[in-house]
Design a protein around this ligand. Structure first.
Ligand code: CMX
Length: 283
């Protein structure tokens, strides 16, 4: 069994606002971690001493005073001095984008900006700690390998094909019907990706409703990724809403799953695993 993850949440410097720090502390506790909170106005030295005494796996620094560029690297320096650089340090607060990049370059593992869901922070800490202990599956969080296809909703595949064939000299593969999803689909191979034309099978089809509401056009982007089930479980832990809790078979014969478009600024994202073609999905 894994040893419980221990995290120190610390407020370096002079600002007196700790609501964010307390919310994160509670969120990490809810995720099953042991959390110690330093209280306000700690020096980097006090924070590092507490981290060592409490034998924590990670330190979360919260700073709203604008002194993050000095205080955060100082915590890293003191941890190195104590040969405790294996402790993961992450941060949050009012931190401008360029500062976040520079702090991450200096060794802060991740800077979270206001509005980040607490579950995202918890999932990050869990992943980073388990990785540093060698307790995670390798490659669990590899980025997607590419865009498998781009889905375009059209009223008629035949009519839409005149543009792709006559003007772009592209050819579609034979259309297939996916009655469970209410669509007829034609893939147009294009370099290392594909265009997927989606034609509704009837008025109740989700694609018919999409066209009625928004007109024909870009419907979804599909990223190819291995380990689809593990990735969906991870996304769920991170607080991302899934439209498919587990994979279903897509038009290409491989497992796919849709995420709620609010996860990606209004774009419907599909994750798919072409390498699992023909293996079927667990029911
Ligand atoms: N773009 C942006 N937003 C979209 C969207 C799209 N293409 N499709 C749906 N949404 C929004 C809805 O408006 C809704 O928003 P709210 O929650 O704010 O109301 C939300 O996403 C959920 O949509 P829903 O229709 O209520 O949810 P369902 O779980 O019933 O269905 C989905 C979701 C995406 C599967 C369905 O709408 C759909 O498009 N089905 C067709 C899937 C398809 O293209 N299959 C082809 C084969 C797949 C392949 O192999 O590529």
């Amino acid at each position: 069994m894994h040893r419980k993850i221990r995290v120190l949440i610390a407020k370096p410097g002079l600002d007196g606002h700790d609501r964010g720090a307390l919310v994160i502390a509670q969120g990490l506790r809810d995720a099953g971690m042991e959390v110690i909170y330093t209280g306000l106005r700690q020096t980097p030295k006090q924070i590092v001493r507490a981290a060592l005494q409490e034998d924590v796996d990670a330190v979360g620094l919260s700073c709203l005073s604008g002194a993050h560029n000095v205080l955060f690297p100082e915590v890293l320096r003191l941890l190195r001095e104590e040969k405790a650089e294996d402790i993961i340090v992450f941060g949050g607060g009012v931190i401008p984008g360029p500062d976040a990049v520079s702090l991450e370059e200096k060794g802060i593992r991740k800077i979270f900006t206001p509005g980040t869901p607490v579950k995202t922070v918890a999932a990050f800490v869990e992943q980073a700690v388990l990785e540093s202990r060698g307790e995670t599956e390798e490659n669990a969080l590899e980025p997607p390998q590419g865009v498998d296809h781009i889905g375009i909703a059209v009223r008629s595949i035949d009519e839409a094909m005149t543009f792709y064939a006559d003007h772009l000299q592209l050819k579609a593969e034979a259309a297939v019907e996916v009655p469970e999803q209410g669509v007829k689909v034609a893939f147009i191979p294009l370099g290392n990706t594909k265009i997927e034309l989606l034609e509704p099978l009837g008025e109740d089809s989700p694609v018919a409703k999409f066209i009625e509401k928004r007109g024909e056009g870009l419907h979804h982007v599909a990223f190819s990724t291995g380990g689809l089930e593990a990735r969906l479980a991870q996304l769920k832990r991170e607080g991302v809403t899934l439209l498919n809790e587990s994979p279903v078979t897509g038009a290409g014969g491989y497992p796919i799953a849709f995420l709620h478009p609010k996860a990606a600024n209004g774009t419907l994202v599909e994750l798919c695993d072409p390498s699992a073609k023909g293996e079927g999905v667990k029911s």
